[in-house]
Design a protein around this ligand. Sequence first.
Ligand code: ACM
Ligand code: ZN
Length: 767
Amino acid sequence: MNKKWFFLLVVVLPFFSTAQKPDIIPQPVSLVTGNGSFVIDENTTITFNQSDNDLSKAVNYFNDHIQHISGYRLKYNQKQGKIIRMKTEPTEDVGPEGYLLDVAPDAITITANDKRGIFYAMQTLFQVLPQIRTNGPLEVPAMTVKDYPRFQWRGLHLDVSRHFFGPDFVKRYIDLLSQYKFNTFHWHLTDDQGWRIEIKKYPNLTKTGAWRVDKNNLIWGDRPQAKAGEKPTYGGYFTREEVKDIVRYAAERNITIVPEIEMPGHSAAAIASYPYLSCSQKPQLPMTGGNYKNISSNYCAGNDSVFSFLQDVLTEVFQLFPSKFIHVGGDEVDKTDWKNCPKCQKRMKEEGLKNEEELQSYFMKRMEKFISANNRRMIGWDEILEGGLAPGATVMSWRGEAGGIAAAKMGHDVVMTPGNPLYFDHYQGDPALEPFGIGGFNTLKRVYTYDPVPKELNKEQAKHILGAQANLWAEFIKSAVHAQYMVLPRMVALSEIVWSPKEDRDWDSFNKRLQTHFKSFDQRGLVYSKGNFRVEITPVAKDGKLTAELSTEIYNGEIHYTTDGTEPSTRSPKYNSTPIPIEKTTTIKAITVSQGKNQSVVPASQTFAIHKAIGRDVQYTNPVSPYYMADGPNSLTDGIRGTEAIGRYWHGFSGKDMIATIDLGSEQDVSSISLGCLQHARDWIMMPQWVKFEVSDNGVNFTEVQTVKNDVSPYEQQSTIKDFTANFSTRKARFVRVTAKTIDGLPKGHPGEGKPGWIFVDEIMVN
Ligand code: ACM
Ligand code: ZN
């Protein structure tokens, strides 16, 4: 079939009546629809100040797009024809990036303080126009829009080190960002597995550091290290000319590129290029994956040549990137090399540094001074707080929000990028149906319901939250198509978080508008996740009672379920938003149904084990780690058993005993108590040495009923779940106390030998 006819047949144009609000994302601050429409055709003219260079570029960008979809090249500043007016002039109440847009049948008028607002008004217009070429007049529905962003940092990150995404993909990525009114692209240019930016003074960085031995067919953590003599064939880098071109391309789309040059860790590729940069100064090759044994990945903090090198590199980076912010990493520094390095130890002595955390702080402060002296601002991952934050530093909070909260309270600026929910390398749909990834689960709705301003901050402190950003790490993302899939549609949800007023947040409205954007993706050939169609089965354990809530993110969908273990179908009972009471041990299976069809290839399934402590509050003597909170405080009494997925269900304790006390609410006959524990040695999670079970009738005086010793070897590498169980003759008890004794240190030969381990516990079962 003729291509053009084919397109005309399959394209469904977005349809707008005057009454219906167009499906704009991010939702504008205010949008009022009018009567009629403005028609763009070959007689339409754009009036604007042609002596304004920036504005002229923006108008050309607009005209290119109009030509692309309509076939018409609009004329500029003509006396006749209908007018699209673009004015930069002092405009109240919209800030530096906002705009006013008025579409009436006789004219379109865009007003903004500068070209940035004009550009965003164009993006709003593009969303109401056809998404692909129609070769005809374009109808723009009448409307009046006033719009401006909530945050000044609206970012997306891309890791081009672990996978090399070339200039074309980077530009397509920037296009997507600009279409959703993001203004910051965080370009992760260097890491252990590849240095990706040409530096004139240090050619080896790209001659050696940009290339690694190709083990890409293996899973990240399983890749063997390169051996001397093996040919490095995988990689690539951006030449200075390519960087300049991309920076220019981004600037024309209102996007600032924040380059990241990692230090002092994540630098194995730079060290492979110039071995004098490490403590050992031993030659090595760039890493092939995630195996850090016998690799130097830190710069030596005791060697002044390292600082000269980094200052030279940053000097060239300043030349290429106009960004005020320069990202210097700072995350995940294993300080072992520094502990064993005479130069690093000498530096610590000379500078009066108490420990290696302070040595890292010395490193970052020294670089911060250099960056500030060059009239730029340093930003780094939240580890730069440890050992003392450099005076002018801005913090990117990734290990949850704690780092960001601490920095904001100290009066430092912060960008929020918490792993949950803003790491877009985690799954967004049922892993059974998604491309293989790093694990973890950040659904579209979790992204949409995130707020970048933590409630711990007061109004003054909250001003330090510049905004938020999602990160796309590429250890498990080996193609451009996969990368696009991971950010779509989650970046669309994030765009509304960082742009639109908080009080207008509305999941149902967003989900409805998103359907139009899905059509646009289809028409433009973009790949995206259709969403998390898995039913979430959430326990609600309270006051001794257990219910199960079922939910799904599917648009206009229903949930059907069974409680007798059989496979659910469209004929099974429909969940009607009342939680299901669980009174005996039960397996719930559930599917999502839309348009009469089952959308879940694999039903969600959850078994609840009922026992006498269900729904009872657990009091911990030592606090549970904020990283492993499972479903909340009652996770140990919610009837859901932990599985081998370590990120869910388990409560984790690092280097401390778990001591849990449960009030059963009234005196009960008790004859067995058990505690489930996990060993996952690779992640430093070990069985407790022993578990002690005690009972009490007053909650003050406890009687030991049994102590159960561990019998799982610390060298067991398989993920192992063990129930420590005390069986005893029936006795009366109201209170139960369970103590799990942590190990004295990780075993000999373990990568963390001698260091504290974790204990992971789930479900205290009382019968
Ligand atoms: C990070 O994810 N290591 C910043
Ligand atoms: Zn050193």
